[in-house]
Design a protein. Sequence first.
Length: 275
Amino acid sequence: MFSIVELIYSIACTVYVTTSLMLSAVRWFHVCPTARAHKEYYYPARRIVSVIFLTPAVLLPYILAPKNHEAWLLTKSYLLLINFFSSAVLLFAYFGKMRQWHKWRLSGQVASIITFGLVALLLIIACWPNYHLTAAVEQALLTTVTITGLLLTLYSAVAMWLVWRWTLEYSTDNYSNTDDFPLSYARRVFMVPVFQALLLWPVILFDSPTYVAVVNLLISVFNVVFLITILSPKRKESYLECVMEDADTAAKEQSEESCSKICPPQPLQLYRYTS
């Protein structure tokens, strides 16, 4: 049986997991009618958003047993690791694709292997029947989580800096296709890692389930607001039309060139008729 306090912790985590799964489902299945033909253009990070916001389901052990020490270690580590990882990857995936900057993919793959590998290990420990961490193993895991969290914080700071730089470049008209980059949206979201750092690092420093319950509820509110902001496309249709016209023109020219190579014009021949 839960105590009243433990029930509050469980409910707060349940709200966080529910809003995250709702966001994932809506982002995967909902596409505005005007954007269905070109989903990858209008929603460049749609798939990554859907996958990342499925991951809070791993917090089920904490929901079922908030007083379990291993489940508590999983929860506070998850909040630190996944949120910094997701903010960096989503900034890169969304604005990096618009900027046609693909160098982030290798770093994103490395970061995902480290982050999800560590979370998976903590999940196995939390789910292992009758397993209890020793003080030495717990300290080693906490040290690993802290170091990884610092690296992911730096990673998200790099993502934030790049988006800020791209925003400056597009706002000063250094690019001809300024309609393709959502400047106002970029200015609103690129500072998210700063607020995350202020909110999430105390999770490790204070080691307080009460504080984590508050964080879970705050992130749940953020999930709802984030979902509302991403429902409608941020990219303008005018640039897409220009790109499609250029692609059609290039394809037509290439087709004509290929046809001329395959079927060269025949030389004019003169025939002599005899009676």
